[in-house]
Design a protein around this ligand. Structure first.
Ligand SMILES: C[S@@+](CC[C@H](N)C(=O)[O-])C[C@H]1O[C@@H](n2cnc3c(N)ncnc32)[C@H](O)[C@@H]1O
Length: 554
């Protein structure tokens, strides 16, 4: 799920699902953005070019929805087609602030639409996503006999969906270097788990589920993940509203910018929930235009501040130059508090929903080891154990990336370097403290001690407890620590370049596979950009320190 998007949850720097915010229910406001922004996806031409304003396939959809709702849903939007699939276009001039869409709860599909005879058999572990997937499967089976048929028939087929959960093993290999690879495997396992937990119920209702395979279930599941929103009814499919496409270039923060306004000024319902531990915010029912639109403009919303990996996993597309791309350097293993793992390796992963029960070996692994022969090893481990806070707490795209260092693009190599987590730099500072050992004899025992590490410990205690958060007084050591990090980044960069190089040789791929290869390349290129920006920043940082040092000496 995602953001206010279809399941529109916000991908923010804080884990929304854990903030404890709970908004009175409501009709939420979505700000929409005009499709005159630059092209957004790999699929050219841009969406505002020659849109087909009326989607003939949906001819009976709006009259049906209006009749079912008993009210006008929107008088200013029409359903059309763009390169993004079904899309919403302004059919009349729209002014900022206009309410452009209202979808009553009565025409939303939620888990409570499941027949009580079915839902009563489902265990508590069955998620809302899985339940809503079952609702979709029931209506798919009913076909034209379903009262939701005009909507269900508008949903994309599995062949039209490109989430990496539908990629073949061969296709997935193309993104093996990215953490999305692990995320995808983990997510597939989660879906399989959900399927096994409902299988006995499916068997009890052959009239609805006789032919349902894991494949069909996955399809329905991803329909929910790529289109559902969160409402007070839980995860909901909102017909018509789920035809909005995503605009990653929009500066409008659908979630947070609207947040207070919605909860305070309108009677809207904003609610933050978490599906599969993924943070997302959802809003519902009412969409307010945030800018003016001329007839024919595609009206887009921002699903969330999603990196390409997340867009690809949930929605099956990526954006070129996605400013929300991130890379995660993750401490290895399932147990980040393990001193050994914490020190011994850092793994670079792209950030997305990594689920904790998966332990496949990541392809890119960077050793940041404290050699066993390091006399300070025990002390370093102890210090880190005492002072290091979980580096990724609350900042990850993916629920399971609790162990890593989330690296975002550093906009300027001479800037503040905010894309490189302090905790990662701190780790490098500690790891690089390798000298100044002294032996202390205490109670007839010999202890190895380091004034340098001791200083860090004192400094941490005197400040906020964070270890090595400020530059080391010893400038040469500070440079050494950052050069050490840069080496690791450069190693990963080399691996990304090699992976990209290998993708260019997949010329035999056709159709869907060729498209997926293009997407895989786009994903890796975006992550490489983040890595290169970090490396450039580290280089600049070291050079600046060296110059300062030289100036002081002369
Ligand atoms: C909520 S639905 C939007 C309506 C959808 N286009 C349809 O045909 O029903 C989300 C899906 O739309 C497509 N989509 C939305 N925004 C996109 C974008 N910026 N670039 C490419 N595809 C996009 C993706 O297939 C995504 O899974």
């Amino acid at each position: 799920m995602r953001e206010p998007r279809p399941q529109f949850a916000e991908e923010r720097e804080t884990k929304i699902g854990e903030t404890g915010h709970h908004f009175r229910h409501c009709n939420a406001n979505f700000r929409c953005s005009n499709s005159t922004a630059p092209p957004r996806s790999l699929q050219v031409p841009p969406p505002h070019q020659a849109p087909q304003y009326v989607d003939e396939d949906c001819a009976d959809f709006l009259p049906w929805l209006r009749q079912k709702a008993g009210v006008e849903i929107s008088s200013v939007l029409s359903i059309g087609k763009s390169i993004y699939g079904r899309s919403l276009f302004a059919c009349k001039p729209i002014q900022a602030g206009d309410c452009i869409l209202k979808v009553p709860y009565s025409v939303q599909l939620a888990p409570d639409n499941l027949l009580p005879s079915i839902s009563s058999l489902l265990g508590e572990e069955v998620t809302d996503v899985a339940k809503l997937a079952l609702v979709i499967l029931v209506h798919q089976k009913l076909g034209q006999a379903s009262e939701w048929a005009p909507y269900i028939s508008c949903l994309p087929t599995i062949a039209e969906m490109h989430s990496t959960i539908f990629w073949s093993d061969e296709e997935l290999k193309m993104i093996r270097i990215s953490s999305l690879y692990q995320e995808t495997l983990k997510h597939k396992v989660q879906i399989e788990k959900d399927f096994s937990s409902i299988k006995h119920v499916l068997d009890r209702f052959p009239e609805f589920f006789e032919d349902v395979t894991l494949h069909n279930f996955k399809h329905a599941y991803n329909l929910v993940e790529s289109r559902a929103w969160i409402s007070t009814r839980g995860v909901s499919m909102i017909p018509f509203a789920d035809f909005f496409n995503h605009d990653g270039f929009s500066e409008t923060d659908v979630l947070s910018a609207e947040f207070e306004q919605v909860s305070e000024v309108t009677s809207s319902s904003l609610r933050i929930m978490s599906i599969h531990s993924r943070p997302f915010l959802a809003i519902l029912g009412v969409v307010i235009a945030d800018e003016n639109y001329a007839p024919g403009d595609q009206v887009l919303i921002r699903y969330g501040k999603f990196s390409n990996a997340r867009l690809l996993l949930d929605f099956g597309f990526i954006l070129p130059c996605n400013k929300y791309d991130k890379v995660c350097l993750e401490s290895n293993g399932s147990c980040r508090l393990s001193k050994t793992f914490f020190y011994q390796s850092l793994i670079i992963k792209r950030s997305i929903f990594l689920l904790p029960w998966m332990h496949h070996n990541p392809l890119v692994q960077v050793e940041v080891s404290v050699p066993h022969r390091d006399h300070l090893r025990a002390m370093k481990l102890d210090l880190l154990d005492k002072h290091t806070t979980p580096p990724l707490k609350g900042v990850n795209d993916f629920s399971s990336l609790g162990n890593g260092f989330l690296v975002m693009e550093v906009k300027s190599s001479s800037g503040k370097g905010r894309g490189i987590p302090q905790s990662l730099r701190a780790l490098a500072r500690v790891v690089c403290c390798t000298s100044s050992q002294v032996l202390v004899i205490y109670k007839d025992k010999i202890f190895v001690c380091s004034p340098e590490l001791q200083d860090l410990a004192t400094e941490a205690t005197q400040n906020d407890g964070g270890l090595a958060r400020i530059p080391l007084k010893n400038r040469a050591r500070e440079v050494q620590a950052h050069q050490f990090l840069r080496l690791r980044f450069d190693h990963i960069i080399d691996n990304y370049n090699a992976a990209l190089e290998s993708l260019t040789h997949h010329s035999s791929l056709l159709g869907k596979h060729a498209r997926r290869m293009q997407v895989a390349r786009g994903l890796l290129i975006g992550e490489l950009r983040v890595l290169e920006s970090a490396s450039a920043w580290l280089k600049n940082y070291c050079e600046t320190l060296i110059v300062k040092d030289n100036n002081q000496k002369t």
